[in-house]
Each structure stands twice: as structure tokens, then as C-alpha cells.
Design a protein around this ligand. Structure first.
Ligand SMILES: N[C@@H](CCC(=O)N[C@@H](CS)C(=O)NCC(=O)O)C(=O)O
Length: 201
């Protein structure tokens, strides 16, 4: 299978972490591409009309996006413990955490893009700051259960979002969020996370 890929995308990293956790990384052929809100990858549009990465193309031509759909597919075909709980409260808690992690990624990517504009909108920048602070506060309150619950798509998404925060923003979030920092240190030590580090290439 082929993955439209970049070493700078938190969404791609989330997918690659899941691939490594399931022993599938070797089966994924990376197709490097540079896209952003400011630079549409027009060659990608026939495959994914939204022009976004990650986009996965299976051997039979089936196309999958976005990161959440791709991760669920890899979870279905992969070996090892499942990262998506099958049903019930555990599933919906994992999906909520996934939404928080990918929502945080969306916000950080958009925030960065706003900062590159000649006249960033002050209201938007202020709002991003509030939302980041609220997200970190909510995650600090949840850090102990992130550690105690079975490792899954929620932790992958939140961990990858925090790693992207470290990659792109100077924010020192650890001092005020010690439990979250301790949990994230454990996340970062996982071989699947180590194997997928962001590179500004
Ligand atoms: N909801 C999507 C978001 C993916 C996304 O926004 N990817 C960025 C790269 S980090 C992108 O492809 N941007 C190109 C664009 O917005 O045109 C997912 O979870 O995969």
C-alpha cells in the first residue's frame, strides 16, 4: 500500500505510529509530498479531493482518508493488541480522545499558518492560545487515566499532537502540567514513536 506522506505532518505521524505498533510499517510505501493550507498539492486532488495527507492507496486501488479512517483500517488488518476498542464506553472514550488529539493538531497547524500571514488576525491568535491552554488543562486532569487505560488510538492521537506542539512551538507546557509531561515521556519512549520522529526536511 502507498501512503501520501510527510515527515512534518502530525496526522501522518499518527498513522505511522499505528503502523509500527501493528508491525505494518514495512508494508507501507511512502510517497513524499509537500502540502499545506497555503500550498495545495494539486497532483493529490484526483486521489483525495481535499488534497490532504495522510491518504492511503491500497494494492487494489481502494483509497482511504483521513487519518482516523486509515488508523482504523490498519488496526483491523494489523497484528498485536487492538488500538480501537470494539464497543461500548471504552470505544467512545477512545474516539473522544482521538477527536481531542486530532482537533489539537488541526488547531496547531492552522495557528502556524495564521502566524505566517502578514497581518495575523488578533482574535484568532488569542483564541488559539485559550484553546491550547484549555486543552492542556483538560489533558492534565486526564493524564492519570491516559496512563492507566489500555494504550489505544486516544493515547496515540494525544501523544502525537503534543509531540507536534514540541516540534513547532516554543511553548513550555511541561512545568504547569507535570502529570501530562510524565505520561508524554512514556509515550515518547515507545519504539513506534521513536521510529517516526518529525524531521523538518
Ligand atoms: N482531518 C485530516 C487532517 C489532515 C491535514 O490537515 N493534513 C494537512 C497536513 S499536516 C494537509 O494535508 N494540509 C493540506 C491542505 O490543507 O490543503 C486527518 O485527520 O487526516
Amino acid at each position: 500500500m502507498q501512503l501520501y506522506w510527510s515527515s512534518r505532518s502530525p496526522f501522518v505521524r499518527k498513522v505511522m505510529v499505528v503502523a509500527h505498533e501493528h508491525g505494518l510499517a514495512e508494508r507501507i510505501e511512502k510517497r513524499p509530498i509537500v502540502v499545506s493550507v497555503m500550498k495545495t498539492g494539486r497532483e493529490l486532488l484526483p486521489t483525495n479531493p481535499l488534497g490532504k495527507i495522510p491518504t492511503l492507496v491500497l494494492a487494489d486501488g481502494t483509497i482511504l482518508y483521513d487519518s482516523s479512517v486509515i488508523c482504523e483500517y490498519l488496526d483491523e488488518i494489523g497484528s498485536g493488541p487492538k488500538l480501537f476498542p470494539a464497543a461500548g464506553p471504552a470505544r467512545f472514550n477512545a474516539l473522544r480522545r482521538q477527536a481531542l488529539g486530532t482537533g489539537l493538531m488541526d488547531m496547531l497547524v492552522t495557528w502556524r499558518s495564521e502566524l505566517t500571514r502578514e497581518h495575523p488576525a488578533p482574535g484568532a491568535l488569542e483564541g488559539y492560545g485559550w484553546k491550547l491552554a484549555a486543552s492542556l488543562q483538560a489533558l492534565e486532569a486526564e493524564a492519570d487515566s491516559l496512563a492507566a487505560d489500555p494504550y489505544g488510538i486516544g493515547q496515540v492521537s494525544i501523544g502525537a499532537a503534543l509531540s507536534y506542539l514540541d516540534f513547532r512551538f516554543p511553548e513550555d507546557w511541561r512545568a504547569a502540567h507535570p502529570r501530562l509531561a510524565a505520561w508524554h515521556a512514556g509515550f515518547s519512549a515507545r519504539p513506534a514513536v521513536q521510529a517516526t520522529a518529525h524531521i523538518d526536511a
